[in-house]
Ligand binder design. Sequence first.
Ligand code: HEM
Length: 70
Amino acid sequence: MNWSNWIRQSHRWIGIVFTLAVATNFVTMAFGEPPMWVVYSPLPPLLLQLLTGLYMFALPYFRDDMHYGG
Ligand code: HEM
């Protein structure tokens, strides 16, 4: 598996982790104020999503067989 593929797979799976962290927030909120670590738990996966997402966004512009904007 090459580097870009590894980044894409990471983005997919960290997306699941992020989703579970957000869902955990809603579930715990049903039982009152959630603990602080639950409230902030989506942020580390979200940061990784941002970095891997921006990497994937930039990828096509660095491909030498594609020339956007002439
Ligand atoms: C936070 C900033 C984020 C950025 C900048 C970002 C950016 C991107 C980009 C550029 C792609 C590739 C699109 C393409 O095929 O050209 C992508 C794919 C994807 N993103 Fe994100 N993303 C972000 C957050 C998230 C989050 C929070 C989730 C899920 C909860 C998510 C789930 C996915 C999935 C499932 C794909 C498809 C991956 C695949 O090819 O199988 N992303 N994202």
